[in-house]
Design a protein around this ligand. Structure first.
Ligand code: SF4
Length: 76
């Protein structure tokens, strides 16, 4: 049986401003399918066009980010 998830229709566009990121890591903990951190702790967007569930977690991460470095826009 495949472990692969069916590809969800994107509902959002996720952007992260690394110039603002203070490497706190809340985003990667809150939405690990959407965000990771590089070796310096800076945010890395893993899923720039998430489906509904991941987008909701990305919005929560954006609300929790202490640097307001994350933006979640509606999908185009
Ligand atoms: S929560 Fe914000 S400040 Fe912290 S790592 Fe993520 S983007 Fe950077």
């Amino acid at each position: 049986m495949s472990e692969e998830q069916p590809r969800e229709r994107p509902v959002a566009r996720v952007e992260a401003d690394t110039s603002r990121c203070v490497s706190s890591g809340q985003c990667a903990v809150t939405a690990p399918l959407v965000f990771d951190q590089d070796e310096a702790g800076q945010v890395v967007v893993l899923a720039a066009e998430p489906g509904a569930r991941a987008a909701e977690l990305a919005r929560q991460a954006a609300a929790m980010c202490p640097a307001s470095a994350i933006q979640v826009h509606p999908a185009r």
